[in-house]
Design a protein around this ligand. Structure first.
Ligand SMILES: *Cc1c(COP(=O)(O)O)cnc(C)c1O
Length: 465
């Protein structure tokens, strides 16, 4: 058997990578200069690189390895499925057992009547599907003009043309002429950065009411749907004020606007419940799922719709689908993942035991001179770095300079923590133990101390004016 493992010296792997591999969200020339890190193995919450360095992965890969690394049950499920039926499609009056079993399992876990899944291979594809579902839904109901979708600035919904348009990342829109037509963005509920003198609850209402203003501006008969992450992930783990979602819910209801919760990160135990919508008290008509659905062991995503939307869609032929919609191997892996998360008690244990422990420790970080706030919900959290805690000021340096500095200190001290601008974010595997939480916090504090010392010595502890 050919094993694709670390058969070459790191420098050779790096040179080959630079020669032939284009990386996502990466400045290629900068990476080539610094040298890419080659990850060779992982077990539990620990990654190992090609030089044998071990790191605690506080990001669960890219927010997806909820189950942690090294679960051979999933490998066996994939191997069994590949031998029995490696591929068959779900177009043209056919189906297969793994997709049936997974759909039933997902429906049993989702709240309300979100009982129907349309499959994709990623969150981006699933959100593209959502655009077509909501427009087809209103079309079918005799309102073809009701097709605008409202999203938020600094939202992340994926990287394809449709999903990146839904997203609110201006630097993504700038490449490739986005957003596509009929997608509009309102402000985000980021009180820490944008709340000014308002208290958080007041600010939450103000930002939610931007949705009402947008609907009145465009016309109720033109707005099909609103999409939002219960907690913004890639935008910096922004936990909205508690007034925000109930007001969004009220507005969607009042103006007959479909509410899509993008649960790609928040789903499958991340926030302490199975779905972020439960934690944040949202009653969506649709959900986007991916990432934790398979814990990243195989690519799969999906659009979940409620009974009413499914019945309207079923009244026509929905001309949409991917070759790998409901791929049997991905379905078998996802099913085994959900079985372990559910029957193995992993979501329950994370919610009842690990999350309260992590929360207590994480919140102590505000004692650090660099930390302006520490937010956490379940196993997803962030801290805001600031030169001046009381005013919540940004640094004088370019946004992200200090965050990147802190991330480098994390890496050097055996911790993978990501930065979004000057916020540091975590989203560890749900199987992280209390001892490993202690290690995470200890290493994060070392990185913060080193960042603080570096900022002082380079005279960078200055607030933007
Ligand atoms: C990652 C992400 C996506 C996109 O998923 P991909 O599998 O990377 O296409 C969509 N929405 C949210 C909230 C995400 O975090």
């Amino acid at each position: 058997m050919t094993l694709i493992s670390n058969h070459l010296p790191t420098a050779e792997l790096q040179a080959l990578d630079a020669a032939h591999h284009l990386h996502p969200f990466t400045h290629g020339n900068d990476l080539e200069k610094k040298g890419v890190r080659v990850i060779t193995r992982a077990q539990g919450v620990t990654l190992t690189d090609s030089d044998g360095n071990e790191m605690l992965d506080a990001m669960a890969g890219l927010w997806c390895v909820n189950l942690g690394y090294g679960h051979h049950e999933l490998a066996e499920a994939a191997a069994r499925q590949m031998k029995e039926l490696p591929y068959y499609n779900t177009f043209f009056q056919t189906t297969h057992v793994p997709v049936i079993a997974l759909s039933e399992k997902i429906a049993s876990l989702t709240p309300y009547d979100l009982n129907h899944v349309f499959y994709a291979s990623s969150g981006s594809e699933a959100n593209d599907t959502n655009i077509r579902i909501v427009r087809t839904y209103w079309d079918q109901k005799g309102q073809p003009e009701k097709k605008k979708i409202i999203s938020r600035v600094n939202a992340y919904h994926g990287s394809s043309m449709g999903s990146a348009s839904l997203g609110g990342m201006h630097y993504m829109h700038a490449q490739g002429g986005l957003p596509i037509a009929d997608i509009h963005h309102i402000g985000q509920p980021d009180w820490y950065t944008e709340g000014g003198d308002m208290d958080p609850d007041e600010f939450g209402l103000v930002r939610a009411r931007e949705l009402e203003e947008a609907i009145l501006h465009h016309g109720e008969d033109k707005v099909a749907a609103f999409i939002g992450e219960p907690i913004q992930g890639a935008g910096g783990v922004i936990i909205p004020p508690k007034t925000y979602w109930p007001e969004i819910q009220r507005i969607c209801q009042k103006y007959n606007v479909l509410l899509i919760a993008d649960e790609v990160i928040c789903g499958f135990g991340r926030t302490g419940n199975w779905f972020g919508s439960e934690t944040l008290d949202i009653k969506p008509h649709m959900m986007t799922i991916a990432k934790g659905l398979s814990s990243g062991y195989a690519p799969i995503g999906g659009s979940l719709v409620n009974d009413e939307i499914a019945s309207v869609l079923n009244d026509c032929e929905f001309s949409h689908g991917y070759t790998y919609s409901g791929h049997p191997v991905s379905c078998a892996v996802a099913l085994e993942n959900l079985r372990l998360l559910d029957e193995g008690g992993i979501v329950e244990n994370a919610s009842k035991n690990t999350a309260p422990y992590l929360k207590e420790k994480w919140q102590t970080m505000v004692d650090h001179p660099l930390v302006g706030e520490a937010q956490i919900e379940g196993l997803i959290g962030s801290i805001a770095l600031t030169p001046h805690k009381d005013s919540r000021a940004a640094f004088a340096s370019d946004r992200g300079t200090v965050g990147l500095m802190c991330r480098e200190h994390c890496f050097a001290n055996g911790l993978v923590m990501r930065h979004v601008g000057d916020r540091m974010v975590i989203s560890p595997p749900l199987i992280i133990t209390k001892d490993e939480v202690d290690t995470l916090i200890e290493r994060a504090r070392i990185a913060l101390d080193k960042t603080y010392a570096q900022l002082k010595s380079e005279d960078m502890l200055k607030a933007a004016s």
